[in-house]
Design a binder for this molecule. Structure first.
Ligand code: NAG
Length: 389
């Protein structure tokens, strides 16, 4: 209770009355600050009071630092720095990523040794890349963008004029919006998602930490199921998408929105989005913003006024290490690129195949493997046309 009094220097020339009242005022002020710190600064409430604006920083992660980039990477990266000269720019690399995680999540940072341990043990590159972007966005915020994404417009255009930046904690865009496949055995868990190759955050958003924790928990479960150490787990394409990629990102955000609003917020709120929408401090941009020109999800093309970035997909080699479901005869359903007729045919073919007696299935597969090299090449060309993710 003496805090207020002690802070008044003795030679201060305040009116006598005020001097007498000051200790009481100080105590009151202290109480107010203390209470508001507890009630208002809790991790469940919005944090926009603490961070009025988004940090002016662009983040990327890649194998090497920007001085060692190949030309195609420098050219694309330069679209970000040249369109945003008032932003800082940093690339975390395969050599310095662990030190970053250890510094900020180790004993002198958030003291989250579970997260540091997981990051250190993991060998699957794409999983580390997903995890690292969430870690950086949690700790520092700013913009994260993949190495093969070109900036078409400055970051200042990410938030339309009609919004107040102080009321936004996160800016994301729609990537895949094909809810009609919700019940499909393979496409079902990736047909509705927000894009995580480019997004913007203020620091310390609880949803980012929750997402990181979800991933750590999921990886531990996988390692247990597979009875291997974390460094030896095997993941297929769908596990990557749903465990750490866009589906995990989307689920965490929808859950967080639901929790904070006290009602269930589903994808229906973002289906066929005609213009950007602010939900619980998350600004959701239309599909053109970050994912134009996909040939699905009504994503239009990059000439659209709303198109903010262009994804070149040249760094998406990861499906090779984490293969998609690939039927020996009918191939991958992803080749359909969300074309309803094509998916229907694939499903029919699969059902017909599964109805065959086992010997007949084996015979058909053997026949397919006798395809001429030309036939194989043609098939491979068709396969390549399917997009990653
Ligand atoms: C998915 O299945 C449920 C339950 O069978 C059904 O009610 C729903 O309409 C289906 N959704 C789609 C998009 O097919």
């Amino acid at each position: 209770m003496k805090i207020g009094a002690r802070q008044i220097p003795s030679d201060l020339t305040l009116p006598k009355q005020f001097q007498r009242a000051f200790p009481a005022c100080g105590a009151l002020l202290f109480c107010i600050l203390f209470l508001s710190g507890i009630l208002g600064g809790g991790h469940t409430s919005s944090l926009h009071h603490h961070n009025a604006v988004f940090p002016k920083k662009i983040w990327q992660t890649w194998k090497v630092d920007p001085l060692g980039f190949e030309d195609k990477d420098s050219n694309v990266a330069r679209t970000w720095t040249s369109k945003n000269p008032d932003y800082r720019y940093e690339v975390l690399t395969d050599q310095n990523d662990l030190a970053y995680v250890e510094t900020h999540f180790g004993p002198h940072g958030y003291n989250r040794l579970d997260i540091v341990y997981m990051y250190r043990e993991l060998t699957a590159r794409i999983i580390k890349a997903d995890l690292l972007r969430y870690i950086v966005m949690y700790h520092e915020g700013g913009i994260y963008t993949d190495i093969d994404v070109e900036a078409l417009r400055p970051v200042s255009k990410f938030i339309p004029d009609r919004y107040d930046e102080r009321e936004i904690d996160m800016v994301i865009g729609v990537e895949i919006d094909q809810p009609e496949f919700r019940n499909h055995s393979i496409l079902g868990n990736k047909c509705e998602s927000f894009c995580q190759w480019t997004f913007m955050c203020k620091p310390h958003l609880p949803v980012m930490l929750t997402l990181i924790e979800n991933i750590v928990r999921w990886l531990k479960e996988i390692a247990m199921e597979q009875k291997v150490p974390i460094s030896e787990i095997h993941l297929d394409f769908d596990q990557v998408i749903s465990g750490t990629g866009p589906s995990a990102f989307t689920r965490a955000i929808l859950d967080d929105m639901s929790q904070r609003s006290g009602r269930t917020i589903t994808w229906d709120n973002f289906h066929s989005l005609q213009e950007s929408k602010l939900v619980e401090n998350v600004l959701v941009l239309t599909v053109e913003a970050f994912a134009a020109g996909q040939g699905h999800s009504d994503s239009g093309n990059h000439n659209a006024k709303q198109a903010l970035v262009k994804h070149h997909y040249h760094a998406s080699g990861w499906p090779t290490a984490h293969p998609r479901y690939n039927h020996p005869i009918h191939g991958e359903v992803e080749r359909c690129n969300w074309d309803a007729e094509c998916v229907r045919r694939w499903d029919e073919n699969m059902a017909a195949f599964e109805a065959l007696p086992a010997e007949e299935q084996t015979a058909q597969i053997a026949l397919r493997q006798m395809d001429t090299p030309q036939q194989r090449k043609r098939q491979a060309r068709r396969d390549r046309r399917g997009r990653p993710r």
